[in-house]
Design a protein around this ligand. Structure first.
Ligand code: GLP
Length: 236
C-alpha cells in the first residue's frame, strides 16, 4: 500500500484525477472502476476541467461502477446512476453505452448480480478502481461482515451507513435499506486500486484499514493484500 498524505481536499482531488487521467492517456480503451459518495466529486470536477482543456479524451473508455441502491432507477436523483451522469458522464466524451452501474431495479436480483460479474469478466477486468471509504470501513457497499464476499451481491445496509448517507435524501426513512454492490473479487482483481479519503472523521478507519489486521469486519483492510494500491488522504 502506498499512502500519500496531502494537505487538503483539493490536493486529494487533483492527485486522484492525475492518476485517472494518466491511466486514460496511457491506455485510451481502459476500464475504469468508478465510485460515488461526496469524496470523488472533486476528482470528477478536475477530470471534467482537463477534458474541457483538451488534455484527456474519454471516447474509448469503459466504466464500471461499484454499486447502486435497490429500488432506485436512474431517473431518481439519489441513484448512483444519476450521480454519475450528473457529476461526470454528461460533461465528458465517454460513450454512455459503455458506462455501467449495477441495476437496482432488477426483478431478479441474483441474475443481475451474476450478469454484472460477467460484464466485469468480459471487459477483461478493471484497470484502475477508484474507491471511497465508509465510516465503518466499507468499500463499494461491502459492509462489515463475517467473511469477504467475492461476487457482486445484494447487501442490507448497516444502520450507520443509512444514517451517514441520509444527507443525500430528504429524510433517513427515504434511504434504501439495501444495495447491490460489486464484491471483493472485482475490486481485488483490478490491476490498480486508488482509495481516496478526506476529513478528520475518516482518520481512525483509514488507520485501522491500513495498519490493523486484514478482517472482513473492516472491509477496506483487504486492500493491504493488493499489489498496487494507493491511498490518497487528507485530514483537512
Ligand atoms: C457510499 C458509497 C461508497 C462510498 C461511501 C463514502 O456508501 N457506497 O462507495 O465510499 O459512501 O462516501 P463519502 O465519500 O461521501 O464519505
Amino acid at each position: 500500500m502506498r499512502v500519500i498524505k496531502v494537505e487538503n481536499y483539493n490536493e486529494v482531488s487533483e492527485r486522484a484525477a492525475a492518476m485517472i487521467a494518466s491511466q486514460v492517456i496511457l491506455q485510451p480503451d481502459c476500464v475504469l472502476g468508478l465510485a460515488t459518495g461526496s469524496t470523488p466529486i472533486g476528482t470528477y470536477k478536475k477530470l471534467i476541467q482537463w477534458y474541457n482543456e483538451g488534455k484527456v479524451d474519454f471516447s474509448e473508455v469503459m466504466s464500471i461502477n461499484l454499486d447502486e441502491y435497490i429500488g432506485l432507477d436512474g431517473s431518481s436523483e439519489q441513484s448512483y446512476r444519476y450521480f454519475m451522469n450528473h457529476n461526470l458522464f454528461e460533461h465528458i466524451n465517454i460513450n454512455i453505452a459503455k458506462t455501467f452501474v449495477p441495476d437496482g431495479m432488477a426483478k431478479n436480483g441474483e441474475e443481475a448480480c451474476s450478469l454484472y460479474d460477467e460484464r466485469i469478466k468480459n471487459a477483461g477486468g478493471i484497470d484502475l478502481q477508484l474507491l471511497g471509504i465508509g465510516n465503518n470501513g466499507h468499500i463499494g457497499f461491502n459492509e462489515p461482515s463475517d467473511c469477504f464476499l467475492e461476487c457482486t451481491h445484494i447487501v442490507e445496509l448497516e444502520e450507520s451507513t443509512i444514517a451517514a448517507n441520509a444527507r443525500f435524501f430528504r429524510s433517513e426513512e427515504e434511504v434504501p435499506k439495501a444495495a447491490i454492490t460489486m464484491g471483493m473479487g472485482g475490486i481485488m482483481r483490478a490491476k490498480k486500486v486508488l482509495l481516496i479519503a478526506n476529513g478528520a472523521q475518516k482518520a481512525a478507519i483509514i488507520k485501522k484499514a491500513m495498519e490493523g489486521p486484514v478482517t472482513p469486519k473492516i472491509p477496506a483492510s483487504i486492500l493491504q493484500l493488493h499489489s498496487d494500491c494507493t491511498i490518497i488522504y487528507s485530514e483537512e
